[in-house]
Design a protein around this ligand. Structure first.
Ligand code: NAD
Ligand code: ZN
Length: 362
């Protein structure tokens, strides 16, 4: 088993990664002494596939399973209060409750949020079942729900007691969801680790076919990078965590411009990273070669490279982005593979020009 320590001053915890770990999770949970009642929060699809495994893995615990809708619909007020109501019901009998978030990033975000606000905080663990949640959302303690007005607008920083990553879950995930996760994996390689970038390029076939050794290496490397960044800047106050937003300013604009329908987050991140690399090359920060290396890598994971959305709409959405500091653009730009820089005050003109010309270059 691989164990990664997230060395936070107040709330340190471990990330455990192992094939078939979920089958033996009860032993680990008992050792952690989290409580005697597990409120298992999951999604419809995951419950449909893994119901028997859940019963078996949690046989030693008093438990209740809450099944939320699939996708972003899990991150609503309704879901949140379903969890809170269940916590209140379970708490009427003297019990020590903990929450298990078993699912993708949506389940992790809402389950973690409920854990953070119920009685000012009860323990929770993350058991991610998508590649994206295994390498990103389950680590770092950002919790949230969406309101109609905006995504992730209600949220807290609240760390889990542990993260249990079992790559076996990925075998039932759609191919396009694996690609989504790989967009974030490429992001980690670009911001932090040139050797990992080469590993991804050389092992794309094994990764796409979910060969256990290759996928374990992807999860382990990405989880270590995320843990390292979170340790350095737990609550995003120092600006260090900002580098995780590489490609995301443009990606969020693309998602908004397409009304969150045409492009998925991972596809948007793929194009967004290329846009950021193009902008970096245009600003003289890196060579064009770096842009083409990223393009060739995302293609290997069946991710798009060209932006097919309305360019005026993208510019408008980018201008509204929350990372747009005091009227100026704040962007994470590329120096070379493995090194990025947060740049404040990128000019509007350059942004507009590069949005127009980007497709021709890629
Ligand atoms: N907290 C953070 O730091 C952070 C970071 C990145 C993203 N996020 C959030 O994560 C969310 C996206 O998460 P996601 O990409 O995991 O999507 P998701 O949680 O919506 O899951 C995608 C779909 O796959 C299904 N699914 C999950 N695991 C499965 C499995 N093993 N087999 C078959 N189907 C399965 C789900 O039921 C759902 O329908 C967004 O809401 C985003 O805001 C949070
Ligand atoms: Zn992302």
């Amino acid at each position: 088993m691989k164990t990664i320590k997230v060395k936070l001053l107040k709330n340190p915890y471990n990330i455990y990664i192992k094939q078939n770990l979920f089958g033996n999770i009860s032993g680990y949970l008992k050792a952690q002494n989290l409580g005697n009642f597990a409120l298992i929060v999951t999604s419809r699809r995951v419950f449909g596939i893994y119901k028997k495994n859940i019963d078996k893995s949690f046989a030693d615990f008093d438990r209740k399973v809450i099944v939320l809708p699939d996708g972003e619909e899990a991150k609503t007020k309704t879901s949140l209060f379903r969890i809170i109501d269940e916590l209140i019901r379970a708490g009427k009998i003297s019990r020590k409750i903990f929450i298990v978030c078993l699912g993708g990033g949506t389940v992790g975000d809402v389950g973690g949020f409920a854990a953070s606000i119920y009685k000012r905080g009860i323990p929770y663990i993350q058991v991610p079942t998508t590649l994206l949640s295994a390498i990103d959302a389950s680590i770092g303690g950002k919790t949230a729900i969406d309101l109609r007005e905006a995504k992730n607008i209600l949220g807290t920083f609240y760390q889990p007691r542990a993260v249990f990553i079992d790559p076996v879950f990925l075998n039932t995930l759609d191919k396009r969801r694996i690609a989504e996760g790989m967009a974030e994996a490429v992001k980690y390689a670009v911001i932090d680790n040139p050797a990992f970038f080469n590993f991804l390029a050389e092992n794309s076939a094994q990764i796409n076919s979910l060969k256990p050794s290759a996928i374990l290496k992807v999860i382990d490397t990405c989880a270590r990078i995320k843990a390292k960044v979170v340790e350095a800047d737990e609550t995003e106050k120092k600006g260090i965590r900002t580098i995780l937003n590489f490609g995301h300013t443009f990606a969020h604009a693309l998602e908004a411009a397409s009304c969150y329908k045409k492009v998925s987050h991972g596809q948007a991140v793929s194009i967004g990273m290329l846009y950021a690399a193009y902008l970096s090359a245009e600003s003289g920060l890196c060579g064009e070669n770096e842009l083409y290396r990223i393009r060739d890598l995302v293609k290997k994971f069946n991710l798009p490279v060209k932006c097919t959305c309305n360019k005026t709409a993208i510019y408008a959405a980018m201008s509204h982005d929350k990372k747009n500091i005091s009227g100026k653009f704040r962007l994470v730009l590329l120096k070379k593979i493995g090194k990025v820089e947060v740049v404040d005050g990128v000019s509007d003109k350059l942004i507009a020009k590069s949005i127009k010309e980007f497709n021709a270059f890629i």
